[in-house]
Design a protein. Structure first.
Length: 264
């Protein structure tokens, strides 16, 4: 089996690639790269004092859950791009990666043009780190707890679509109820999403799930990159829920709101 992954270059993205490499004969990793030191280096996010503080928590949690950046497995073929360059690359250049059996997207830029048409036609799977249709857009696993919905920190595994995070839903994935720090909860959500998809691709179960159209009327919040400011980050840091509150909300999650929940 050949698998192509469109992703990025942080430890969580490397984990996805390497986990897929364990179940595939060959993996094509198309990586849109950003700094691996967000908060310290100005890139996709600013490096203001508040962002430095915020991403100190993010980076530590990512290291706790996924370890440091690392080399990829031997059966991975890699194409490294600057973030945002993917839509400028021709399908001819991507051709070796477009002959796979399975296509997975996590953390890429907004895919458009001929590539999105190809991926939609070939039933690519997107891992949206956030719970659609309730929270869509950018940094949704920040906005869910910020708005008081710790129980909606999780992932949506859905069919890739032309619209952002709007494809038909396969299932939702969440960490099990536990006493855990909020930043660790966000990273654990990524791990559960990846582990669940790797398992379901390996067993073939993912191809048997009937997708469900998203009900846009259930949307709570749609956010853009520009909405995540120093002010919102500072407010969140000053009002972080403790582990007891996290556990309370996770334990009271209304599972009827979600599709075919995977708990990990």
């Amino acid at each position: 089996m050949k698998i192509t992954v469109f992703t990025s270059n942080r430890p969580r993205h490397l984990y996805l690639i390497n986990q897929m490499a364990k179940i595939a004969d060959e993996v094509f990793a198309v990586q849109e790269c950003t700094t691996v030191f967000p908060g310290l280096v100005k890139d996709f996010f600013d490096n203001s004092p508040v962002m430095q503080q915020y991403f100190t928590y993010v980076n530590q949690s990512e290291t706790n859950i996924f370890g440091e950046i690392c080399f990829l497995e031997k059966n991975v073929r890699q194409l490294a791009l600057k973030s945002g360059d993917l839509n400028k690359v021709s399908l001819d250049i991507l051709k070796p990666a477009l002959q796979s059996d399975v296509f997975v997207v996590l953390g890429s830029s907004y895919i458009k043009g001929d590539l999105i048409e190809f991926l939609v036609e070939h039933k690519a799977i997107n891992i949206h780190m956030g719970v659609s249709p309730y929270f869509r857009g950018s940094s949704t696993n920040f906005w869910a707890p910020y708005k008081g919905h710790i129980d909606m920190v999780g992932a949506t595994i859905h069919m890739l679509s032309r619209g952002l995070d709007s494809g038909d839903i396969l299932y939702h994935a969440f960490p099990k109820p536990q006493k855990i720090k909020p930043f660790d909860l966000g990273m654990m959500s990524v791990k559960v999403a990846i582990d669940s998809l790797v398992d379901r691709v390996q067993t073939g179960q993912i191809f048997k799930i009937k997708p469900e159209v998203q009900d846009r009327g259930k949307e709570i919040l749609y956010t853009r990159n520009s909405d995540f400011t120093d002010e919102t980050a500072k407010d969140y840091l000053e009002n972080l829920p403790d582990e007891e509150e996290v556990y309370r909300q996770l334990s009271n999650r209304d599972e009827s709101l979600f599709k075919d929940i995977y708990l990990g």
